[in-house]
Design a protein around this ligand. Sequence first.
Ligand code: MEV
Length: 298
Amino acid sequence: MSGEAVGRAAGKAILLGEHAVVHGEPALAAALPIGVEAAARPAAGPLAVHVSSWDYRAAIGDGSEGGRALEALALSLGLEPRGVALEALAEVPPRAGLGSSAALAAAAARGLIALAGADPGEAKLFEAVQASERVFHGNPSGLDAAVALRGGLLRFRRGAEPLALEAAVPPLVICHSGEPGRTRLAVEAFARRLESSAEAKQRLARIGELVSAGEESLLGGDLVSLGRAINENHEQLAWFGVSTPALDRICSVARELGALGAKLTGGGAGGCAIALVEPQRRARLAAELAAAGVEVVR
Ligand code: MEV
């Protein structure tokens, strides 16, 4: 093993269906043009990763979650857990609900297998990213891993083959609440709420309906009704307790400024919100949100 091998994977924005997807409902998600690139190089010692833009380091055996995730990734790929260092460039911010951990794991996995000259196949790659995600999030549906590895616009249901949708990614403004996302905590809170009442189960099913309606709108080019589904999805997520006042505020401001729909995206409890807008208004909405004090990611 010598030289260097580079792997790349995309970040993601969930258009509809996060959290409910953990419990068997479908979700729609789009790969972002920003992601993570990881260069794998031979090095002494246990497998390690450095992400300069996150000021983040982890190595197998260092006692960190990142170290355990790396170990899970290497073991799942059947690779030696030592002798390689990963240097990653991340365009996607960490802990923002934009799939940064899956993108890093997928990029690292691709770099590692290319360096080792191995070809485990897509199913094994997916399992490896899931093994890493399990360390961070406990009970990942697989949505983030699927989008990181496949890219594009996907309809995803846990345990089923993802479906690539024949539609363009709709125009979105992605905004950060200024607070770090806390996916594990939010996934646990959602699951507890789900067990609390029959109403919660009805709301879970309603999110599934919104995903199907949103998919139809997207495929039919009807951004107005997609926006309505996005708005209601946010209200449902807020009922489950995974929004925050900062995320609610971004959504209200975006709607006041003319967004067709706005919701939190990803795990929530912090992190990002998305605002759907007509293509010709995207730049203006982003500028107006920034002027209203909202942190625009892209
Ligand atoms: C996190 O990006 C999406 C969640 O639905 C969790 C998951 O699907 O594993 C909140």
